[in-house]
Write a protein that binds this ligand. Sequence first.
Ligand SMILES: [Zn+2]
Length: 268
Amino acid sequence: MSRSRSQLSFAPGPPSFEPDTFMVADVAPSPNFDDRKGGPPDILLLHYTGMQSGDAALERLTAAESKVSSHYVVFEDGRIVQCVPEDKRAWHAGVSSWAGETDINSRSVGIEIVNPGHEFGYADFPLRQIAAVISLSKSILKRHPGIAPERVLAHSDVAPSRKQDPGEKFPWELLAESGVGHWVRAAPLNVSGMTLMTGYTGEAVGRMQRLLKMYGYGVEETGTFDDVTRDVVVAFQRHFRQQRVDGVADPSTLMTLRALVETVPKRV
Ligand SMILES: [Zn+2]
């Protein structure tokens, strides 16, 4: 019995493509993307891989059955791999929201940063990995000028009740010093003032929720410090007040939040 040539050939993987920047060392095409809806990207979303190795993460991000992907993966040694072209909608954000937008995949470019994450022994991010993330981010921001500094976000910012990445070890300050993202120095832990926490109700809670919502977090101004509010405070701390991440809106957290909202770059 003879077989036709097509029956013998292997199933083709997703087609390769030209990387969007010369910084890309390898292209590892992922089939897990579709077309963007709406305009060009206006969010840069940073993740950690949260798996035991970078190779395992890359395998998952390029396997059809996983249904997840990312535009880029940055390894510990700074090697950058691109999995999805920037003009396509990579599947990295999941159920998420920012400033009222819920299709974060359509709105964003996603970078997965190799780190075992909280589940497998959260590691410090090596400096050369961060240097690569900064260079890559700057090139993305150049290609997509619609991404405002305050829209360079953590996965935990857009999905506070589900995600912790890239987490409180991620050096947002270094990125900001290099012109990537909006950031203010956190107020010291020992400043005095009011503390808000789970179960509290009242105007002060509503004011805090209003500021978090103004910045973009998915929380409503209910005046009740509920579980969602706590998750959002935790996400805020992971990004902006990393010294203590406990979901308690202490005076340092509230002062940092006010400073952050006051310093959002003005648009002309
Ligand atoms: Zn993530």
